[in-house]
Structures are given as structure tokens and as C-alpha cells.
Design a protein around this ligand. Structure first.
Ligand SMILES: Nc1ncnc2c1ncn2[C@@H]1O[C@H](COP(=O)(O)OP(=O)(O)OP(=O)(O)O)[C@@H](O)[C@H]1O
Ligand SMILES: [Mg+2]
Length: 160
């Protein structure tokens, strides 16, 4: 089944990408799942840093590439996954991903398409594209796969 909604949002700087993430972060609730896809350097981590800021997380947010997942404490926990190096879903089962996806916090997953088969149906998928001619421009394709994520998509559209 395809998405319930599909929108496009553009940013023209790293700061604007963080601002976009921050606007969404301010609205996140337990159980929300944000899946980020896009090439190396697309801006997935920048966006996740914005989410953390919007959740009131203090301190640096770095990519959890080598640890698969990091927890940041804000207004509610942010579970920040980076599944770039995952070979098998069993690696996620080993860290008990369901405790996070269905837990007390919100989840953001860099390279989420790699684990599409275990993502809850109602998730927000952001596909980030670069423009070779405009090095600071990023196009976000925003797809909502359920009612809750459609609400989140509206927040992103309003923030842009
Ligand atoms: N509009 C923009 N939004 C986000 N980042 C931008 C933008 N314009 C330029 N950049 C630059 O692009 C890079 C994005 O890096 P980031 O670590 O967020 O990418 P990533 O998608 O997480 O990559 P990786 O797959 O390696 O984890 C940064 O160097 C940032 O300064
Ligand atoms: Mg990253």
C-alpha cells in the first residue's frame, strides 16, 4: 500500500534543515517513527539534530553509525537509529528494537528503507535529495503511511 499523503519541502541551508527538524521535534509524541532516506551527506543527521532540539535535548547529537542506536533525553526520549551498517534484521532484534519503536519516546531512523519490512505501518518517511547545481539545497519528499504520520506531515508543510 502506498502513502496516505505525499508532499515536498525544500531547504536551502543546513540551518533550515535543522529548523525543519526542530518544528517536527516539538510536535513528536511517544511511538512516532520518522524514517530518513537519502545518500551520504544528504542531511539525515542534521535533520535528526533538529528533531532532538525540538524535543529539548541538550548537548551534541551525533550519528550512531557504530552503535546502531543512541537514546537522547528530552521532553520525551529520542531513539536515534542509524542502520547503515546493518546486515540482517536479527541485529536489530538483538538490541530489542521493538522496545523503542513502541516505547515511551519517538524514533528517528537514518537509512530507514533498509529495514522497511519491520517499520510500523504508520510512519513518516522523508526522502532527501540533493541538487548538484545548488550545493546547499535539499528537497524533502514527505510520505505519511498512516493517520498520525499524516498529522506530522502537515506540521512539516506548515513549518517550511
Ligand atoms: N540544506 C541542507 N540541509 C542539510 N545539510 C546541508 C544542507 N546544505 C548543505 N548541507 C551539508 O550537508 C551535510 C549533511 O550531513 P549529514 O551528516 O546530516 O548527512 P547524512 O545524510 O546524515 O549522511 P550519512 O549518510 O553519512 O549519515 C553537512 O555537511 C551539511 O553542512
Ligand atoms: Mg548521518
Amino acid at each position: 500500500m502506498g502513502p496516505l499523503s505525499k508532499d515536498e519541502v525544500m531547504t536551502d541551508s543546513e540551518e533550515k534543515t535543522k529548523d525543519l527538524g526542530q518544528a517536527l521535534g516539538a510536535a513528536l509524541a511517544p511511538g512516532d517513527i520518522i524514517s530518513l532516506t537519502g545518500d551520504l551527506g544528504a542531511g539525515k543527521t542534521r535533520f535528526a539534530q533538529g528533531l532532538a532540539a525540538g524535543l529539548g535535548v541538550d548537548g551534541p547529537v551525533t550519528s550512531p553509525t557504530f552503535t546502531i542506536m543512541k537514546v537522547y533525553e528530552g521532553r520525551l526520549p529520542l531513539y536515534h537509529f542509524d542502520v547503515y551498517r546493518i546486515q540482517k534484521i536479527a541485529e536489530l532484534e538483538a538490541i530489542g528494537y521493538e522496545e523503542y519503536f513502541f516505547g515511551d519516546g519517538a524514533t528517528v531512523i537514518e537509512w530507514g528503507d533498509k529495514i522497511a519490512q519491520i517499520l510500523p505501518r504508520d510512519h513518516l518517511r522523508l526522502e532527501i535529495h540533493r541538487d548538484l547545481n545548488r550545493i546547499e539545497q535539499r528537497l524533502f519528499i514527505v510520505e505519511a503511511f498512516g493517520e498520525r504520520s499524516r498529522e506530522l506531515a502537515k506540521i512539516l508543510a506548515q513549518a517550511a
